[in-house]
Each structure stands twice: as structure tokens, then as C-alpha cells.
Design a protein around this ligand. Structure first.
Ligand code: CA
Length: 726
């Protein structure tokens, strides 16, 4: 045999044996590689890059000196207008990421070429169970497989080389409105996954599945079930002592506490940390007679990853009643406090306080507010408990409270730079008018919060231009550069509006963030100076990542505005020009160009308005009770169908769509269970009115300009008044 034949034979033998020489098996990630991630900074092997989820890249080729040369290397069109929230995982030159409806993509990290895609074919009607858009925050990669949770509650395992399904398992009771948007984490060959649904009314849990077989290994319930049926574990028996059975939460939606996003893992301590969500219903007087802390709502819970048993917990908002989840990003770091190196866990949950805890014991170390907070005056340093400013809160009358249910910080990940010692918080400042829902009954509306959402909506008939101005004046966002030792903000970058992207810091003294306006921006990580930006044509909510292929550093980010505030809107960052979602990758000297953005859509001539002012007003109220969380405040939507732009054919089918579910396979289910034909008619009349109003606005004129100016001034006064009085 000649040497060529020997090489050939060896290559065949290697293939048979699964050895690919220098070419690693696709997706060959394991615990040792993730623990040793700093030794291979060109990869982004896990959701937060490391198990500690710091989202800091040790790469420094792109830095404060070279950033001027950063340009687009490539882009991949993902064919959607919905929100994109995923953190791409990068393993040995391949990006694994996810899009809307839980679709999975494998993409060449150097060229942007799609290697394979996988569509779990989520029945579109299930979208009604997704409170906050049909988003997905990413995949996990482990030993040659790619794992992703689907909106309809499945956990799927795919072959990393081909995208072929290896196994899938249903993680939920399909008779209940659960959904999965969070990224799985993988610890000791167990795939850890939770779910969402607390606004609809479900009982929260997090589960571990065998990565090989898909068999469930353990499940940790986050709130107790019906006490008459006993407890699944001593952990639940302990939790049940903090609930008042007179609240009958198990009959009113299950108590909530969903584990819909954040996790972290410390392999030395052998602790898995999970962030637990809000109560179901939100209203604590309804849920538990406002009696007891209601564990483990709004808590950080440390679990034994081998058994799923509780080790310690810290509750950020005892007796939660504001949708103040503790599902926000958690960061593990070792920092010097009082001259002592401490293993800490840090979180900026929705409730507005930044927490530093001892992650071995759960001991409270410190907490200070990182945004304007009115529900509590402070966290008592002796007890670690918040001191509520008024124990009655909104029990007796409606009340404007900071932060809103959107949170001082939502799911958008933070970043911790060990070089600057700062945590970068994608923070937001907006209040919410809370009020109890009188005569609450479970099941009268898909959302079961026992909170009167109408109190938070503009009064029916209010000029949408005024609402828009007030929203833009009140709702703000910023990057808070937070010193976790001193517990204070060192500097901030002010944004025009809320709901901007997650953070990435790098060893190049850079901080990257995409924003709602549609640009990716780089700042100096030490002082926040803006150094560079690139237009992205659509708003960004996802966090950037950095990786390297053949020694060349890239920064990549998913572009596609959406998610909770993106849908509910009222503050659409851009009018009518949300282009298709994409993955963008930048490198030094990159010279690729995005195609020109399409022109904004043209408003079709709306039908003549034949309804009375009363009917339009009724439709306004019904629209904002049933439709606006997805189709936007005042029917202004940058992501889903903007109903002002309905075509004549759509108007003709309106009742069939709204009542009979004609478009259920597109994600729009029928609402005849909740709305009568008269109701649908009134909503239709309101939407026709909104189209006519928009037509007049687009025609412009001096009178409109004067009105908008006056609204702008009024809105600033309202915003100022709220800030000083709330
Ligand atoms: Ca919630």
C-alpha cells in the first residue's frame, strides 16, 4: 500500500471510530471545557459563556484603540419580524442559535453560511400562551448535541452535526398554559429547563433531564400545591408554611413562581442557582390573603444539581404582588468585600434593588436600589428584608408605583467585567398604575393576575398622540455601570427609551450593547465613553457575544425587536420599518453591507367610519383589555400585525379572524370564549378610527405640529410630576 492509500485507510478508520483528527466532533462541549472556558476564549460554550454567567469575553483584538476599524463581516437573514432574544453559542467555528417559534440554526461563524436549521413546528395557536412574544433565549450544546426548549413546552435534543432530532420530551402538562422561552443549562449530563406562564396561572417548577436519553432525573416545584394532597418533598412542606390556604391559590392559577430564564452553576460548591418568578395571581390579597412570604416566589434558590433538593434560598420580594420576578440574570464572581475575598452571587431583579449575596450560604450581604423605587424604602441590612413603603400598597385604591411589571431590569443579560469590577445593568425606568381587580374570578380572561389592567391604560378616547408623548417622556432606559462593592452607580449612559439589548464586556476595555433605536454601540468599559456604532435597521434586545475563528475576533448579535415591551409597545422605537430579523457579525476591517431597508408600509385606505362615538369608546376599552398586550398600545405595533394597516380583505374577514380563529395557524386564535359579536364589532370600529387618525397624522400640517409640540411640553411636565410625587 502506498502512503496515499495508508492515509486513506486511516481516514476511513478514523471516520468509523468517530475520530476526526484535528477536526473536532461538532458541538463537543463538556463540563471540563466550560469550566476551562478562559483557556479557549475564541469559543462561547455556554449561555453566559461560563457557568458563572459573567458574559465577559477575554478577547482583546477588538479594543478601545482598534474599534474604529470594526465593520460588518456578514449577516444571516432569519426571515422573521418577531423578537429575537437568543445568546448565540459558538463552538469551534460554528454558531448555534435560536429564533422565533423556537427555531434552531447552525451557522458558520466565519462566513455566516447556514449549515442546518431545525423547526420544531410549534402549533401556532400555542402562541396565545406566550405572554411575551414567541421568543427563545438560546440553545445549549453538549457532547455533540444541541438542546432547546420550545414554546409549547418540549425539550428537544438535536445532532450538532446535522440538526437531526435525537430525542424530544414533553416537559409540561399540555392542558395548562405553560411555555418555554429560556435557554437550557447543562450540568453533569443533566439538561436543566424551567418554563413560563405565571400571568396565565400555572404552578412553577424546574426539571433536570438526562442529556443522553431525555428521561427526567428530578423536578423542583417552586411553590406548594393543594395542601390537602400532601407535599412532593420536605422543601414544599417548608414552603407551604408561608402560604395561607384561605387563598386557595391552587384553584386560582397554581401560585406561579415560574423559572423562565436565569440559572447559574458553581461546580466547586456543587450548587445550581435558579431565579424564580412572580406570583399567580399577582395580587397577594387574592393569592394568599396577603399572609405569609409565599416561598419560593421571587427568590434565588440554590439547589443540589444531583438531586434537585433545596439547599438555600433568598427571597427578594416576600409576598410578591407586583410581578417582581427574581428570574433576572444572576452573576457569580469572587470579589473583595471588607478585605475578604467572597464568593458572591449578584442579581438586579425587577424590584429595583441590586443584591449581593454569599453564594455558598445564601447569606445577605447588601442591596441598594439601582433605579427609582417607590414600593419599598430600602432593604434592611440586619434582616435582608425589604421595608415596604406602605404595606397596603394598592389594596384600597389604585397607585402609581416604581418599577413597573416590566422591571427596573428585565431578562436582558447584564455583564460583569473582572477588569473594571463593574456590573453593567441594562436598566429601565418606568412606573405602573396598580389596582386590584374587583370580583376577580379565575378563567374570565386568559391572563389571571387579579390586577385591573384598565387602571394602567390611557382613558378610552384619549388622543393617542398624547399617550405616545407621555409614554416617551416617562419610560426611559439606561446602562447603569454598578460598583457591587460600594453598591452605587459609577456612571450611566442615558437612552431615549426602555427595552434595550443585553450587555457584553470584553478584555479590550469595551462594552457592547444593541438598542431599541436600531444600532449596535461600543462604549469604553471603564468610563462609558461612546466609541463606535453601527446601524442595524431594527431594534435590538438580545445580548452580543464575542468569539474568534482562526485568530480573528468577531462580535455577533441577534437583531429583532420584540418581547414583552416590544409587543405591548406604545413606544415603538421606529414607525413601521421593522425589517426582518438577522444575526449580524462584525470584525476588524469587515466591509459587508446590509441591503437597503425597505420603505415603510403604505397605509391602506380604511373603510368609512359608521360606528357611534360610544361604540368606538367601548372598542377602545375592549382592545386594551384583550388585544393590546400583543398588538400594541393604541394599535401601534412594530413587531406583530399593525392593525391600523389592515387591508380591505382583512377588514372583510375581521369577525371570522377575531371570533372564529380563521388565522389560528398564524398564531391568532379565536376569542369567542371571551368576546361577543358586538364586542368584536366595537373593536373593529376602534381600529377603523385609529386608521383614520393615522391617515390624518401622516398628512401632517401646521396644526398637527403645534398639537404635538404642546403634547411634548405637557408630557415632560407629567413625567416630572410623576418623578417627584410617586
Ligand atoms: Ca411575570
Amino acid at each position: 500500500m502506498g502512503s496515499r492509500n495508508v492515509r486513506h485507510a486511516l481516514a476511513i478508520a478514523a471516520l468509523v471510530l468517530g475520530i476526526h483528527g484535528a477536526q473536532a466532533t461538532p458541538g463537543a462541549v463538556d463540563e471540563a471545557r466550560i469550566i476551562g472556558a478562559d483557556g479557549e476564549p475564541g469559543n462561547w460554550l455556554a449561555h453566559g459563556r461560563t457557568y458563572g454567567e459573567q458574559r465577559f469575553s477575554p478577547l482583546d483584538g477588538i479594543n478601545a484603540d482598534t474599534i474604529g476599524k470594526l465593520g460588518l463581516a456578514w449577516y444571516a437573514d432569519l426571515g422573521t419580524r418577531r423578537g429575537l432574544e437568543a445568546t448565540p453559542i459558538v463552538v469551534d467555528g460554528v454558531i448555534y442559535t435560536t429564533g422565533d417559534w423556537s427555531r434552531v440554526y447552525a451557522i458558520d461563524a466565519a462566513t455566516g453560511k447556514t449549515l442546518w436549521t431545525y423547526d420544531p413546528k410549534v402549533p401556532r395557536a400555542w402562541g396565545v400562551n406566550a405572554c411575551c412574544d414567541v421568543v427563545n433565549r438560546g440553545a445549549a450544546v453538549w457532547k455533540g448535541r444541541v438542546y432547546v426548549g420550545t414554546i409549547d413546552g418540549r425539550l428537544v435534543a438535536l445532532d450538532a452535526a446535522t440538526g437531526q432530532l435525537a430525542w424530544e420530551t414533553l416537559t409540561i402538562d399540555p392542558s395548562k398554559p405553560y411555555s418555554i422561552t429560556g435557554a437550557p443549562r447543562i450540568v453533569k449530563d443533566k439538561v436543566i429547563i424551567g418554563n413560563g406562564g405565571a400571568e396565565y396561572g400555572v404552578r412553577g417548577y424546574v426539571s433536570a433531564y438526562d442529556a443522553n436519553t431525555g428521561q427526567m432525573v428530578w423536578r423542583f416545584w417552586t411553590v406548594p400545591g393543594d395542601p390537602s394532597r400532601g407535599y412532593e418533598s420536605p422543601d414544599m412542606e417548608m414552603a407551604a408554611k408561608t402560604w395561607n390556604p384561605a387563598g386557595e391559590w391552587w384553584n386560582k392559577g397554581g401560585g406561579g413562581g415560574t423559572v423562565w430564564d436565569s440559572m447559574a452553576y458553581d461546580p466547586d460548591l456543587n450548587l445550581l442557582y435558579v431565579g424564580v418568578g412572580n406570583g399567580a395571581p399577582w395580587n397577594r390579597w387574592e393569592r394568599s390573603k396577603a399572609d405569609g412570604d409565599n416561598l419560593f416566589l421571587s427568590s434565588i434558590v440554590a439547589l443540589d444539581p444531583d438531586t434537585g433538593r433545596h439547599v438555600w434560598h433568598y427571597q427578594t420580594t416576600p409576598s410578591e404582588t407586583f410581578d417582581y420576578t427574581a428570574t433576572q440574570h444572576m452573576i457569580l464572581a469572587d470579589i473583595t468585600l471588607g478585605g475578604q475575598l467572597r464568593k458572591v452571587i449578584m442579581q438586579a431583579p425587577k424590584n429595583g434593588f441590586f443584591y449581593v449575596l454569599d453564594r455558598a450560604t445564601g447569606q445577605f450581604i447588601s442591596a441598594e436600589n439601582y433605579v427609582h423605587v417607590t414600593w419599598a424604602t430600602h432593604v434592611d441590612p440586619a434582616t435582608g428584608r425589604p421595608v415596604e413603603s406602605d404595606p397596603n400598597q394598592y389594596r384600597d385604591e389604585k397607585k402609581l408605583i416604581f418599577p413597573a411589571p416590566f422591571g427596573g431590569h428585565n431578562w436582558q443579560p447584564m455583564s460583569y467585567s473582572p477588569l473594571t469590577g463593574l456590573v453593567y445593568i441594562p436598566a429601565q425606568d418606568l412606573p405602573f398604575t396598580y389596582a386590584q381587580e374587583k370580583g376577580f374570578e379565575y378563567g374570565r380572561h386568559p391572563w389571571n393576575m387579579a390586577v385591573d389592567m384598565a387602571a394602567a391604560m390611557p382613558p378610552p378616547g384619549q388622543d393617542p398622540a398624547l399617550t405616545r408623548n407621555v409614554m416617551r417622556a416617562i419610560a426611559k432606559g439606561h446602562i447603569g455601570a454598578w460598583d457591587p462593592v460600594a453598591q452605587k452607580e459609577v456612571w450611566r449612559v442615558q437612552h431615549d427609551g426602555p427595552w434595550n439589548g443585553g450587555m457584553l464586556s470584553t478584555a479590550g476595555n469595551l462594552l457592547f450593547q444593541g438598542n431599541a433605536k436600531g444600532e449596535l454601540v461600543a462604549y469604553r468599559a471603564d468610563n462609558g465613553q461612546r466609541l463606535w456604532s453601527a446601524p442595524t435597521q431594527s431594534g435590538i434586545v438580545a445580548p452580543p457575544v464575542s468569539y474568534a475563528v482562526d485568530g480573528e475576533q468577531y462580535v455577533a448579535v441577534m437583531v429583532g425587536w420584540g418581547g414583552a415591551l416590544g409587543l405591548a409597545g406604545g413606544i415603538a422605537p421606529r414607525e413601521g420599518d421593522q425589517v426582518g430579523g438577522r444575526l449580524l457579525a462584525f470584525k476588524l476591517g469587515g466591509s459587508a453591507q446590509l441591503p437597503p431597508a425597505p420603505p415603510p408600509p403604505v397605509l391602506p385606505q380604511p373603510p368609512a367610519q359608521t360606528a357611534s362615538a360610544d361604540t368606538i369608546g367601548k372598542g377602545d376599552a375592549l382592545y386594551h383589555a384583550y388585544c393590546s398586550v400583543c398588538h400594541g398600545l393604541n394599535a401601534e405595533s412594530p413587531t406583530l400585525a399593525d392593525l391600523r394597516y389592515m387591508q380591505p380583505g382583512t377588514h372583510a374577514l375581521f369577525d371570522k379572524i377575531v371570533l372564529d380563529g380563521l388565522y389560528k395557524d398564524l398564531g391568532m386564535v379565536g376569542w369567542s370564549k371571551y368576546l361577543s359579536a358586538d364586542d368584536a364589532n366595537a373593536i373593529h370600529a376602534y381600529l377603523i378610527e385609529r386608521a383614520h387618525q393615522t391617515q390624518r397624522e401622516q398628512a401632517g400640517g401646521w396644526w398637527l405640529a403645534v398639537k404635538n409640540w404642546a403634547y411634548g411640553v405637557l408630557a415632560k411636565l407629567v413625567a416630572w410630576f410623576i418623578q417627584v410625587t410617586a
